[in-house]
Design a binder for this molecule. Structure first.
Ligand code: ZN
Length: 471
C-alpha cells in the first residue's frame, strides 16, 4: 500500500497518562499496590460514598511538580482541581477529579533525539477503576480508583509514527530516571492515546481523529502509521475525515471507529468544591529540583566527555538508570571504559535487559575482576565469555570459576609446545599448505590448537610457537 504521499504530512499529538510512584492513592490512604485482590484497596473516599471528603496526597503533588520540572514546564503557582463528570461502571463517584482550565503546569518540552517536542500541559488527576469482561457479564475492580496520575499532553509537533515512538521512549526514560513512575505498560502505569490528523504541507491542520487502545509503544507506532495512511487515502479520493474516536486492533493491524463526534462526552467541568486551590510553594519547588538525579540526556553527554566512549555506547549504557550505574561501578575497579562498554553491550546485555541489570548475578565487581584477569592474560577473551555465563548461573567469583573449571590460560611455553606438536602431527595437510606459502593455513592450525586446549592457549604465544616449529 506504499504510495507517494509526499505532499501530505501527519500531525500527531500524544496524551500520556502516567501513574505516580506513591504508596497511597491521590485522595485517600488506600494502597496503590499492583496485583492486590480485587476491591481490597478501597475505602469510602475512593468508592465515592456520600459525605466523604478527599485529602490531597502530598507526595503525589511533589512527584507531579518534579514531572513539570524535568519536562521544562512553567509551573502555575495556583492550579485548580475540577470535576470531570461522566457515568461509567468503573467510576463510582460518576466524576473524576482532574484539572481543567488551570492545570498544574504548562508550556514545556522534551528532548527527542536532539529535537524539541513541545508539552502543552501537565495535569494531576485520579484514575478510574477497571472492568474485567467475561463471557456474558462484566466485573469491576475499584482498586485503581483514585490512583494518582499525571496527564502529559504533547503539542502536535510530532510528524511521524517513528518520532512518536522516540518521544515515548525519551519520556519514559526521563520519568523513570527521575523516580516519578515505573512506567510499566503491562501494569497500566503508563497509557498512551493519540490525536492524529493529516494536512497538505504548509496548510492548516486537518480534522483530528483520536486513537486509543495501544498497549505498547510499537502498537502506537503501527496504529499511527495505519491511521495517517488511511486519512491520506480518504483525502486523495476526495473524501472527508470524520472527527471520531478509533480503536487500534493489533490482530487486524487496523483502527476501527468506536464513537463519533455526536456521541462525544460533555464533561460539564466545574471546580471541585471539596478541594482548595492547589498552591505550589516556590521554595519547596527549588528543594525538589535539587532532589532530581542526573537525567539521561545529561548523563549521555557526560559519558562521552568523561569516558571518551562513542555516543552510540553512551546511548545504550544510559538506556536505564540501573545500567548506567552498573557501568560506572565496573569502572571503579577496571579503568578501561571502552572495554567495559563493549563487554556490557555484547555479553552482559545478551543475558539480561537494561532495566533488570540489578536482578542478575553478574555484579559490577565480578565483571571488573574478570576483565582484570583478561588484561593480565590469565584467561582469554573467549574464555571470558563463558565465565560471564557461568557467573550469571552461579553468582560465583570469576577466579573461583576459572580455577574450578581449569580455564587458566596456558602461558607456559613447554606445555604449549607439546600441544602445538600434536596439532602439527594431526594436521599434516594444513602444515604442507602453510609451508607452501598459504598464510591462511596458520589460522586453521591455531583454531585446532584452541579446540584441543578448550580455548586456553595464549594466542600470541601459540602464534609464535607455530611459526618457529614450522619454519
Ligand atoms: Zn480509598
Amino acid at each position: 500500500m506504499q504510495k507517494n504521499f509526499s505532499e501530505y504530512e501527519g500531525v500527531i499529538g500524544l496524551e500520556v497518562h502516567c501513574q505516580l510512584k506513591t504508596k497511597t492513592k491521590l485522595f485517600c490512604s488506600c494502597s496503590t499496590q499492583f496485583g492486590a485482590h480485587p476491591n481490597t484497596n478501597v475505602c469510602p473516599v475512593c468508592l465515592g460514598l456520600p459525605g466523604c471528603l478527599p485529602v490531597l496526597n502530598k507526595r503525589a503533588v511533589e512527584l507531579a511538580v518534579i514531572t513539570s520540572i524535568v519536562l521544562n514546564c512553567k509551573i502555575n503557582e495556583t492550579s485548580i482541581f475540577a470535576r470531570k463528570n461522566y457515568f461509567y461502571p468503573d467510576l463510582p463517584k460518576a466524576y473524576q477529579i482532574s484539572q481543567y482550565d488551570q492545570p498544574l503546569a504548562v508550556d514545556g518540552s522534551i528532548d527527542v533525539l536532539g529535537e524539541k517536542i513541545g508539552v502543552v500541559r501537565i495535569n494531576l488527576e485520579e484514575d478510574a477503576g477497571k472492568l474485567v469482561h467475561k463471557e456474558g457479564y462484566s466485573l469491576v475492580d475499584f482498586n485503581r480508583c483514585g490512583v494518582p496520575l499525571v496527564e502529559i499532553v504533547s503539542k502536535p509537533d510530532i510528524k511521524s509514527p517513528d518520532c512518536a515512538y522516540q518521544y515515548l521512549i525519551s519520556l519514559k526514560e526521563v520519568l523513570q530516571y527521575a523516580g516519578i513512575s515505573d512506567c510499566n505498560m503491562e501494569e497500566g502505569s503508563l497509557r498512551v492515546d493519540a490525536n492524529v490528523s493529516v494536512r497538505r504541507i504548509g496548510e492548516e491542520m486537518g480534522v483530528k481523529v483520536e486513537v486509543k487502545n495501544m498497549n505498547s509503544f510499537k502498537w502506537v507506532e503501527r496504529a499511527l502509521g495505519y491511521e495517517i495512511e488511511r486519512q491520506i487515502n480518504i483525502l486523495k479520493e476526495g473524501g472527508k475525515i470524520t472527527q471520531e474516536t478509533r480503536l487500534w486492533d493489533e490482530k487486524k493491524q487496523k483502527t476501527f471507529s468506536m464513537r463519533g463526534k455526536e456521541e462525544a462526552h460533555d464533561y460539564r467541568y466545574f471546580p471541585e468544591p471539596d478541594l482548595l486551590p492547589l498552591v505550589i510553594d516556590k521554595a519547596r519547588t527549588e528543594e525538589l529540583e535539587n532532589e532530581i538525579p542526573e537525567l539521561p540526556s545529561h548523563k549521555r553527554k557526560r559519558f562521552v566527555e568523561e569516558y571518551g566512549i562513542p555516543e552510540y555506547d553512551a546511548g545504550v549504557l544510559t538506556s536505564s538508570k540501573e545500567l548506567a550505574r552498573f557501568f560506572e561501578e565496573v569502572l571503579k575497579d577496571y579503568k578501561n571504559p571502552k572495554a567495559v562498554s563493549n563487554w556490557i553491550m555484547t555479553e552482559v546485555l545478551s543475558i539480561i535487559s537494561p532495566e533488570k541489570i540489578n536482578e542478575c548475578k553478574i555484579k559490577p565487581n565480578l565483571l571488573a575482576k574478570m576483565l582484570v584477569m583478561i588484561e593480565k592474560g590469565e584467561i582469554s577473551g573467549k574464555i571470558g565469555k563463558d565465565v560471564i555465563i557461568e557467573i550469571e548461573k552461579t553468582g560465583k567469583d570469576p577466579e573461583e570459576i576459572v580455577k574450578e573449571k581449569g580455564l587458566i590460560q596456558i602461558k607456559d611455553e613447554e606445555s604449549l609446545i607439546l600441544a602445538v606438536d600434536e596439532v602439527i602431527r594431526e594436521n599434516q595437510k594444513a602444515v604442507e599448505e602453510y609451508r607452501s606459502g598459504k598464510e591462511k593455513a596458520l589460522g586453521f592450525l591455531i583454531g585446532a590448537l584452541m579446540r584441543k586446549t578448550k580455548g586456553r592457549a595464549n594466542p600470541e604465544l601459540a602464534n609464535r610457537i607455530f611459526k618457529t616449529r614450522l619454519a
